[in-house]
Design a binder for this molecule. Structure first.
Ligand code: AMP
Length: 214
């Protein structure tokens, strides 16, 4: 089972992607997480990516395409993979198709998660992330039991550097210009499904399960 989950920043791809991937026994490949790990390890790629990420811009295609190819053919992807945050533009989607062909792989579902800009802005500005396990909280809607501390693993919570109002509005513009055209790219594909991601977490998860199965 190979799945692409796409949609605007803050729509819940990360949170839902982790759950879906574990349900289907496949690996969750979140491009943003791979890049943040490279930045914190100060690898050559991380050093190149950092400035783009801090500004809310897309990292160049050559960097992210190489990174994803390495992972989709790795041993831990033999049951399948869920891509979250990749592809993020038409050039990446085209490169992905080529690499899938080369490796004899195919995508079973391309799921688009949809929500309004107001909801996204509200979710992103309140988002708190665990530095140890990556689990997300929201200051108002799903606050941790103890302030600043993860309920799951007691790790410390932080706000992502690009979750400030200014960078978020830029990320939403980048999404509209570069990622939204993927709706045309994949829209006619038999694997394509659209899910309403405006409701609560459990309801969205059920819709995603239906989209994967149906
Ligand atoms: P995310 O965690 O998905 O919100 O991604 C955080 C940041 O990582 C984005 O704002 C981009 O700077 C970068 N990024 C993530 N995925 C990609 C991608 N597929 N192509 C280029 N840049 C990306």
């Amino acid at each position: 089972m190979n799945i692409i989950l796409f949609g605007p920043p803050g729509v819940g791809k990360g949170t839902q992607g982790v759950k879906l991937a574990s349900k289907f026994g496949i690996i969750h490949l979140a491009m943003g997480d791979l890049l943040r790990a490279a930045v914190s390890e100060k690898t050559e790629l991380g050093l190149k990516a950092k400035a783009f990420m801090d500004a809310g811009k897309l990292v160049t295609d050559d960097l992210v395409i190489g990174l994803i190819e390495e992972r989709i053919v790795s041993a831990d992807a033999n049951q399948g993979f869920l891509l979250d945050g990749f592809p993020r533009n038409v050039a990446q989607a085209t490169a992905l198709n080529e690499m899938l062909d080369r490796h004899g792989l195919k995508i079973d579902r391309v799921i688009f998660m949809d929500a309004s800009n107001e909801a996204l802005l509200e979710r992103l500005t309140g988002r708190l992330i665990c530095s140890a396990c990556g689990f997300s909280f929201h200051r108002h809607y799903s606050p941790p039991k103890i302030e600043g501390q993860c309920d799951k693993c007691a790790g410390s919570l932080y706000q992502r550097a690009d979750d400030t109002e200014e960078v978020i509005s830029h990320r939403l513009e980048v999404y509209a210009e570069q990622t939204a055209p993927l709706l045309d790219f994949y829209g006619q594909d038999e694997a394509f499904r659209k899910v309403n991601a405006k409701s609560g977490m459990d309801e969205v998860y059920s819709s995603l399960l239906e989209a994967v199965k149906g």
